[in-house]
Design a protein around this ligand. Sequence first.
Ligand code: C2E
Ligand code: MG
Ligand code: MG
Ligand code: MG
Length: 283
Amino acid sequence: RAKSQRRAGHFYFSRSMGVEIRERVSMMHALRSGFQRGELFLAYQPQVDLATDRAFGAEALLRWRTEDGRLIGPDRFIPIAEYSGLIVDIGEWVLRQALAELVRLRAAGYRTLTMSVNVSQVQFRHPQFVEMLRRALAQTGAPPEYVELEITESMAMEEPALLVEKLAQVKRTGVSIAIDDFGTGFSSLSHLQRLQVDRLKIDRTFVTEITGSARGSSIAEMVIQLGRNLGLSVIAEGVEDERQAHILRSLGCPLAQGFLYARPMSPEDLQAWLDKRKLIEAA
Ligand code: C2E
Ligand code: MG
Ligand code: MG
Ligand code: MG
């Protein structure tokens, strides 16, 4: 939109842009106070083994229920949280909340369940990130070998040297790393090899395309093959129907997550859902 408003090298600050900025600023204030008032909460989506349909883990997904009862998704407010720097505090809260839930579930008998937590690049780049992670692990008592952090592929491509070192530090805490939305960025293979990551998450777009043309499955297929060659685990996200699951299985994809199995849900519903399926160790 901004592009069409640029004429002859000049940039016209239009009225609609003013509205947009004002909306963003007011959302930022609402988010800050909403966060302090406890309006944020986590929903948990199970992750399953494709061959057996048994659950092995869950991903924590952030939600915001505003004062007037509206539910706002993370795609709308995470960018604002990042832009304002609020994501550092929110991200720490998310991590602690998810780790505490993991500890609670383990105490309830789900001993092999893994917990995946999304980490924003702003949060990850913060100089105190590793220290914060260590503290959160120690204070909640969550076992790091059952914790996975998800970083996005776009982040995995920036500042290679810094990233390699930071990932190494993160890995030393004992947690594992997944690259989220994989296939949407432009990771070079040599770069990927240098990063100490454990799992690739095939982006939902490529799972959706899988049942289309013959070429539709080529990216998913490539990621699965890449995972195999590099010795990394692979999970398909956004699996919505049996046909997709069937094709993924035939391509050798070990793990999946999506509405076909379960939507993100409350801790109570997750526990009830897990009770219906036996837990299995992740591949
Ligand atoms: P993501 O990490 O790639 O999470 C997957 C998103 O796909 C989630 O959306 C999930 O609800 C949705 N999803 C799962 N299965 C299906 C399916 O079968 N079909 C469809 N159509 N969608 C499915 P959600 O919860 O709205 O989160 C959107 C994004 O917001 C996440 O993408 C992640 O990048 C970000 N996010 C969520 N929680 C956090 C958080 O705590 N911290 C940070 N930094 N980012 C977060
Ligand atoms: Mg994720
Ligand atoms: Mg994703
Ligand atoms: Mg995504």
